[in-house]
Design a binder for this molecule. Sequence first.
Ligand code: MN
Length: 130
Amino acid sequence: MASCVLIVEDNPTNLKLASEVLENAGFRVIRAVDSEQAQLALRQERPDLILMDIALPGMDGLALTRRLRADPSFGTIPIVALTAFAMKGDDQKALEAGCSGYITKPIQVRELAGQVRSFLLSTVQPRKAP
Ligand code: MN
């Protein structure tokens, strides 16, 4: 069965690009443009991996990641931050918030599917409650 990836990204161009690249690579993709939509989607199903933009309107990707990590159902799901190359320090903040790793934007069309596959293979250690 195809692995399912939830992409949380408010930039329509990036969302479309990432979705199409992953769908072409055989993934099933759920799209969300903000944290609220992401949380609604997560009530319906549990993706195999979440690609999480950091800069989102309303609750940002770091806050959503912390919230998901505090929930036992999502404690071990790979959450991969999408960080803007220019935003120095976002990568570290993403790891501190509980992300498993990060992918730097702009999205590399030829690399994205491989990056997602390697994160799917890595196991996430459950975090101790703070
Ligand atoms: Mn954004």
